[in-house]
Each structure stands twice: as C-alpha cells, then as structure tokens.
Design a protein around this ligand. Structure first.
Ligand code: NAD
Length: 245
C-alpha cells in the first residue's frame, strides 16, 4: 500500500527530487507544502511527514506532527542545540527518523568511520580530520553529514566540541594531539563530498564518499518514510532504517 506523504520544502531541490521518484518508490505526495502554505489539513490526511525545508521550519512542523500523532522524517540540516533537543524530545510521543544524510553509501561511511576510529584511537597517533565540499548555494557549514562524522570521532576520542578546529588561519601553532580538524569547501554544483582522514606517521587513511546525484537522498528519505510508518515512538537514524545497528 502506497504511503501518503506531506512533503515540506516541496519546491526546493530535494523536494522536487523526492516528488519525481515518489510513485516509483511506493509513496504518494498527498500534500506538497512550501513557504507560506498551511500544513494543518495535509497533516491529518497523511501517513508520514517528510521535512526537507529550512532550519526554522522544522520545529513548528514537528509540533504539529506531535499534535496529529504523525511519524516524521527529518532531512533538513543546520539546527542549533536548543532546537535539536526540543525536536528530539518529541520522539517520546512520535517516531522520528532524523538523518543528516539519507544516502546508503554515507551511512556505510558512518559505520566504517566508527570501526576505523576504534582501531585508530588516541594511542595510535593518527590525526583525524574531516573535509567536506558542497555546492555554492548551501547555507550551513559544516554539513549535517560532516557534523555526524565529527561526532563519531569526538565520541570515540572522548573530546569536546571545543576540540574541533573549524579551519585554521594564521599562527595557530602545532596541531594538538587532542584535536579534530573540520574543513568546509564550497563551490559550483557539488552535490556532496565527504572525506574522513586519519593521518599517521608514514601512512594515511582516507575514507571518501562522493554523491553525484541528489536522488540518493530522496531514495533514502522515501525508504525511511516506508519504514517509520509502522514504528513505535522513538528517535531513529538511517542506520536503524538500513539495519546497520
Ligand atoms: P532548497 O533551498 O533548494 O529548498 C528548501 C525549500 O524549503 C525551498 O523551496 C523553500 O522555499 C522551502 N521553505 C522555506 N521555508 C519553509 C517553510 N517554513 N515551510 C515549508 N517550506 C519552506 O534546499 P534543498 O537543497 O532542497 O535542501 C533542503 C534542506 O535539506 C537543507 O537543510 C539541506 O541541507 C538538507 N539536505 C539534507 C539531505 C539529507 O540527506 N539529510 C540531503 C540534501 C539536503
């Protein structure tokens, strides 16, 4: 049975991509909304809400999902800590899949990075850095995917946000061992490149994923929508959807 979807951000790049492939992926966009549209009626009539809009739009939409008891798939990135924790708290009432990146390949990169970070721990003397590149129109930095990669490395090395160096400029001194570098490149029409780099003495490991078509995110978001329809309240990642955890 086709899943009826309220799609927020329907006129955007991701919204158009999701709409284009929805019917072939067992879903129907029953209510496309964009800036200025009222989601109330559409929420009541849908099975799942998908949000690929603007950071400021996610929280009010999530409140409506709680009121209507509808599952939510969140792809929008760039939320601050306060917004994040309020939205996450709603997962006690509704199921939410929240992923900074819905591609299968990137979620495998998360998985492999976790393993690499475990092996190349702080005693290994490998220095971790995250490099990402996106198109010139992207508004937030680092990307949600880079944020997740940084979080995996940070947790593995028991570091704090203050120990993440976002770019380096001027006489910054030698690289401290307890540091993770983060570098955001912007330009052209790059869909999304992410590299996790572990630089050691005499060797270097680079784990790279390159997205060339944003349909990979659309396919993942629709897969998440089909999966979450039957889930109990909770906060889920794309790794849950793919069975990687
Ligand atoms: P975009 O700018 O092309 O589209 C965003 C759309 O949201 C626009 O049409 C805009 O009018 C609309 N919008 C703005 N305010 C709104 C509101 N209050 N209610 C409903 N719609 C509203 O951006 P995009 O490339 O489609 O990306 C959208 C979001 O998804 C960004 O945050 C981006 O970083 C994120 N993204 C996530 C993934 C992922 O896999 N998680 C992949 C690609 C992009």
């Amino acid at each position: 049975m086709s899943v009826n979807i309220l799609l927020s951000g329907s006129a955007g790049r991701m919204g158009r991509s999701i709409t284009e492939i929805s019917e072939d992926n067992g879903c129907h966009i029953s209510c496309p909304i964009d800036v200025g549209d009222d989601p109330i009626q559409g929420i009541n009539d849908c099975d799942v809400v998908i949000d690929f809009s603007l950071r400021e739009a996610t929280l009010p939409l999530a409140r409506l999902c709680v009121d209507a008891g509808k599952p939510m798939v969140i792809g929008t990135t760039g939320h601050g800590p306060a917004e994040k924790s309020e939205i996450e708290s709603f997962s006690s009432k509704i199921p939410i899949v929240w992923a900074g990146n819905f591609s299968t390949g990137v979620n495998l990169l998360f998985y492999i990075t976790e393993i690499a970070a475990r092996v190349l721990d702080s005693s290994s003397k490998f220095d971790p850095e995250v490099i990402e590149m996106h198109h010139r129109l992207k508004k937030d930095a680092p990307s949600g995917t880079a944020d997740r990669l940084l979080e995996i490395l940070k947790n593995s090395r028991e570091l704090t946000d203050k120990q993440i160096a976002h770019g380096r400029n001027g006489m910054v001194g030698e690289r401290p061992a307890k540091e993770i570098g983060s570098h955001a490149l912007r330009g052209g029409d790059v869909v999304g490149d992410h590299t996790v780099l572990f630089a050691g003495m005499g060797e270097r490991i680079e784990l790279t994923h390159r997205a060339t078509d944003r349909k990979i995110f659309a396919v993942g978001a629709l897969r998440a929508a089909k999966w979450i329809r039957d889930q109990p309240p909770g906060l889920f990642s794309m790794q849950d959807v793919l069975g990687l955890v």
